[in-house]
Design a protein around this ligand. Structure first.
Ligand code: URA
Length: 220
């Protein structure tokens, strides 16, 4: 089973071709994209737009960040700034393209001045994240940084110490495998985090590969 199934994970017809991993289901996009939300008065006033998740709607690997930054707010796509470059580079090193994985955030609107989303904002946005996870049904969720790790694990998480650790977590009524990772931006501030980041991502890919019904290493 590939990282994204070209529809095959849900019993849709198998699409054969070199790019079949990049041909993905689009029929649930409307379910998981949020076109209007006014739950957070302050974020509604300051945001340019809602930043929905991107990537295959049947991706086996789903990355969850904190919240959009300035570039994400400008473009409407998560992880397109410097953090996104780090993430894309680490995926490339593993033989993956950005389009092979799902990328989303705990909060879909940019907090002003890049502050952390408040507990209330995270709670308000949680149904959107849960709806997306439920629809995409990934094999592994990778939490990028402290905010998403603590939000999904529901406890304090020292991310550097716990990076690469895997947890079974109940999310929206299902048990999900969550792998803790440092935020890609951490590697920009502290180069010693590069190895931590890269090896957590490698573990995530191995987990997807090892958890499937056939080897996928050849596809990477
Ligand atoms: N940082 C995040 O956590 N999410 C983004 O989308 C961009 C930067």
């Amino acid at each position: 089973m590939p990282l994204s199934g070209g529809g095959t994970r849900r019993g849709a017809p198998v699409i054969v071709g070199v790019n079949s991993r990049h041909v993905h289901r689009t029929d649930v996009t409307d379910e998981i994209d949020v076109s209007d939300c006014r739950r957070c008065e302050k974020l509604c006033a300051s945001r340019s737009r809602i930043v929905n998740g991107v990537g295959p709607t049947d991706a086996a690997l789903c990355f969850v960040g904190e919240a959009p930054g300035e570039r994400e707010d400008d473009t409407g796509e998560p992880f397109v700034g410097r953090s996104g470059e780090v993430l894309d580079g680490a995926l490339r090193d593993l033989g993956l393209a950005r389009g092979d994985v799902r990328i989303t955030n705990c909060a879909r609107c940019r907090p002003p001045d890049n502050r952390d989303p408040t507990a209330e904002e995270l709670t308000n946005c949680r149904p959107h994240l849960e709806g997306e996870i439920d629809a995409v049904d990934p094999d592994v969720i990778v939490t990028l940084g402290k905010v998403p790790s603590e939000h999904l694990l529901g406890r304090s998480v020292p991310v550097t110490a716990e990076a690469g650790s895997v947890h079974d977590v109940r999310i929206a009524g299902a048990t999900r495998r969550v792998l803790v990772c440092v935020h890609p931006a951490a590697t920009l501030y502290d180069p010693s985090q590069r190895e931590t980041f890269a090896s957590a991502l490698e573990s995530a890919v191995e987990l997807v590969d090892g958890g499937g019904d056939q080897s996928r290493l050849g596809e990477f």
